[in-house]
Design a protein around this ligand. Structure first.
Ligand code: BLA
Length: 737
């Protein structure tokens, strides 16, 4: 039984909403300028035949079906084809069939061989043909400028294949295409520069086109021929015509071409880096056939053009890559010489905006931002960086249409419609940015791109009818970021991250060394202070013996010297106490708990009050408990309290208040001599005394206080005025709610 039913796999109604899903490779029909016969690979039985077999053969399709293939072609033709298959996937062979010169083009599709038969109309002189072809190749290659090369290619193809209009059509990154070169018959209007929307060639058509390379539509108005089959499952097991020369055309595309009044086409894919760069599109305003060999030459010429486009692009890209790699090395040198990333990138002979084709650039590191060239305000840049952070988790972000991702950038789209951003840190606002300005582009569409379709009288959506020039302006868009620009920025980013890691390691090493030195110094001063005790006790003892036993026999000078020795020993002891206390702080592990501040103060006052009997100490009775290591917090309070009492002791009505305000900020306030706040940086240092000998002290007290606070990860600060007194505040992290 012959199966001629429409395919269940093929959609019966096609419109714009599903046209990129139209399975054009299994259309089940061929164009009528040839005949298709398929035979099973295993037993060579004919499995399918196109309805128009009588166009070439003297047998009806029914007769051909189920016969063996060698009843259609002779044994030696078949053998020749099979031999060719050992080396390549497509075979071709000349044969005389039914008194006609026929070209057979054969390939394999799943379990079948597909043989396509075309009548060879034009007989060419192979030598003249070869010579002209190589002339054309050298003519195309002799021109270095891309535009002129495309013009020349269009001219040569027009001359060679004689279509009414030959266009070189280039795709953009969104698959819209524009005509960049054109040759046409004089009476035709020019379409040069017109742009066509991506939907004119849907993705599956582009994919198939990439596979096939060259395609003719012989007669737009002709009726396609069904492929008949013997198989019961023919309506689901459709022949894959991806590589077929005769494959019928999608009805939508036929409608499109009829709307343009086109009668025949030749289309060739310009392939670059395995993607479709563009097309050579030829139109004829009446039916036109070119034979298989001409199509092969067209394929060959298109490949020559593609290679030459690729070569000229590669040359310029190589030049740019070399230049940016030179600049990158210079930038890194600058960073290394200056030991500063921001300065190295922005302040010397080479700047980061030289690295890529950008009109502005930014380096933002550690809350410092430097802009170069034309940039938005720093505030806008900071907001932009934070917005980009929300858009992506990657280190790299780039766009040519920033307003689209970030409408807030509209105010500065003239400066920054294109942005390339590389984050340097995962958490901070550290980033490198480059900007490209808005380029207002006037696009001449072939027909209104928003009306790609219209609804016809049967309420069916079909391709647009009007191709009248329609001009739009593209706003908010910059020039594209080329691959080599992005790679240059990414490489620089890598270098900078390495520098930062090296710097971090360097600082960490120094820090570790410093810590060791500090620890050593601390235990040194501890043991020295400790060891000084015994000789000091000796000096003190002997000085007292001299004073008590021999005092009367001494002259006045010796008497006062003994007194000086005794009081110096006192001072020395005090100093040793404090040094031991200070260095001891670093050695003891912390043991924290909650305890009463009031009790601590009461305890301290037992010894301090008798020393400064006149000073009135008023602790706030509601002083909250404190959490921390009591054994050292006691040193903190002792030093603050003792200082306050000491420096107010000579006032008329000396008063020391101890209180606490917002969230565990304790303070000790006195009405004593105070100091000039310009010394506040020094006051917590070791041995930094602001006062004269009038007041006793080692100069270590506040350093001890600060150290205790730091051990609790807290903060200590002071407010003071000469003659009015001081307030010391401290707050421990351990007490924060
Ligand atoms: C195919 N559309 C094509 C092809 C071209 C174009 C070159 C490939 C033709 C081929 O394989 O022979 C478009 N041709 C153009 C353009 C110019 C030109 C832009 O000469 C400019 C001068 N087409 C539409 C719409 C749809 C559509 C709206 O306009 C879908 C809804 C579909 N185009 C469509 C399909 C194909 C196609 C399905 C594949 C045709 C096929 O291979 O069977």
């Amino acid at each position: 039984m012959i199966n001629n039913s429409p395919s269940k796999l093929y959609p019966t109604s096609l419109d714009l909403t599903n046209c990129d899903k139209e399975p054009i490779h299994i259309i089940g029909k061929i164009q009528n300028h040839g005949v298709l016969i398929a035979c099973r690979i295993d037993d060579k039985v004919v499995s399918r035949v196109s309805e128009n077999s009588l166009f070439i053969f003297d047998k009806s399709p029914e007769k051909i079906l189920e016969s063996n293939i060698n009843q259609v072609i002779t044994e030696d033709v078949l053998t020749d084809i099979l031999v060719q298959f050992q080396k390549k996937t497509t075979a071709y062979k000349e044969a005389v069939i039914n008194n006609k010169n026929v070209t057979i083009i054969a390939h394999q599709s799943n379990q079948e061989y597909i043989l396509e038969f075309e009548i060879n109309t034009i007989t060419l002189d192979p030598l003249a043909y070869q010579i002209r072809l190589s002339e054309i190749v050298s003519e195309i290659n002799s021109i270095s400028n891309l535009e002129e090369r495309c013009d020349q290619a269009a001219l040569l193809i027009k001359e060679y294949f004689e279509y009414d209009r030959v266009m070189i059509y280039q795709f953009d990154d969104k698959w819209n295409g524009s005509i960049i070169a054109e040759q046409r018959e004089q009476h035709l209007e020019s379409w040069l520069g017109l742009q066509y929307p991506a939907s004119d060639i849907p993705q599956q058509a582009r994919k198939l086109f990439l596979k096939q390379g060259v395609r003719i539509i012989n007669d737009v108005s002709s009726k396609p021929e069904n492929i008949l089959s013997l198989q019961k499952d023919a309506d689901t097991n459709l022949l894959d015509l991806s590589k077929s020369e005769l494959r019928a055309v999608s009805p939508i595309h036929i409608e499109y071409l009829s709307n343009m009044n086109v009668g025949a086409t030749l289309t060739a894919a310009i392939v670059y880096n395995d993607t479709l760069w563009g097309l050579i599109a030829c139109h004829h305003y009446s039916p036109k056939y070119i034979n298989y060999y001409q199509r092969l030459s067209c394929k060959f010429l298109t490949q020559i053009l593609a290679t030459s486009i690729q070569l000229s692009n590669t040359d310029t890209i190589l030049e740019k890559v070399q230049k940016s790699s030179f600049i990158r090395n210079k930038l890194i040198d600058q960073i290394n010489v200056k030991k500063n990333i921001i300065e190295g990138l922005s302040n010397y002979d080479y700047k980061i905006n030289d690295l890529v084709d950008a009109t502005g650039a930014v380096v933002s590191i550690d809350n410092e931002m430097v802009t170069m060239g034309n940039c938005p305000s720093k505030e806008n840049i900071l907001n932009l960086i934070r917005h980009i952070r929300k858009l992506t988790n990657d280190d790299l972000y780039h766009t040519t249409n920033l307003v689209n991702d970030y409408p807030g950038s509209a105010a500065y789209k003239d400066i920054a419609s294109g942005v390339l951003c590389l984050f340097i840190s995962k958490t901070k606002d550290d980033a490198l940015l480059w900007f490209k300005p808005e380029i207002i582009q006037t696009v001449h569409w072939a027909g209104n791109p928003d009306k790609r379709t219209f609804v016809d009288e049967n309420q069916r959506i079909s391709p647009r009818k009007s191709f009248e020039k329609w001009t739009t302006q593209q706003i908010g868009t910059s020039k594209i970021w080329r691959d080599h620009e992005i790679s240059a920025a990414v490489e620089l980013h890598k270098n900078i991250l390495n520098i930062i890691i090296e710097k971090y390691e360097e600082v960490k090493n120094l820090n570790d060394k410093l810590k060791i030195a500090y620890d050593e110094l601390e235990s040194f001063s501890y043991s020295v202070s400790h060891d000084l005790r015994a000789p000091l006790r000796g000096i003190d003892g002997f000085a007292h013996i001299i004073k008590e036993e021999y005092y009367e026999s001494l002259d006045d000078f010796a008497k006062s010297s003994i007194q000086t020795i005794i009081s110096s020993v006192d001072k020395m002891n005090l100093l040793i106490d404090d040094i031991l206390e200070y260095s001891g702080l670093g050695r003891k592990p912390m043991q924290s708990r909650t305890f009463s501040m009031i009790k601590v103060i009461e305890e301290l006052l037992v010894t301090l009050q008798p020393i400064y009997p006149k000073v009135k100490v008023e602790p706030n009775t509601e002083l909250p408990d404190i959490y921390g290591d009591r054994s050292i917090i006691i040193l903190l309070i002792k030093n603050l309290l003792e200082n306050a009492m000491k420096y107010s002791s000579k006032e008329m009505a000396p008063l020391v208040e101890i209180g606490c305000k917002d969230n565990h900020t304790y303070f000790v306030k006195d009405n004593g001599i105070g100091f000039d706040m310009k010394h506040q940086g020094k006051i917590f240092g070791v041995f930094n005394r602001l006062v004269n000998q009038e007041y006793k002290g080692s100069g270590i007290g506040l350093a001890i206080a600060k150290r205790v606070v730091e051990k609790h990860k807290g903060k200590i600060w002071v407010e003071s005025k000469i003659g009015e007194g001081s307030i010391f505040y401290f707050k421990l992290a351990t007490n924060e709610n």
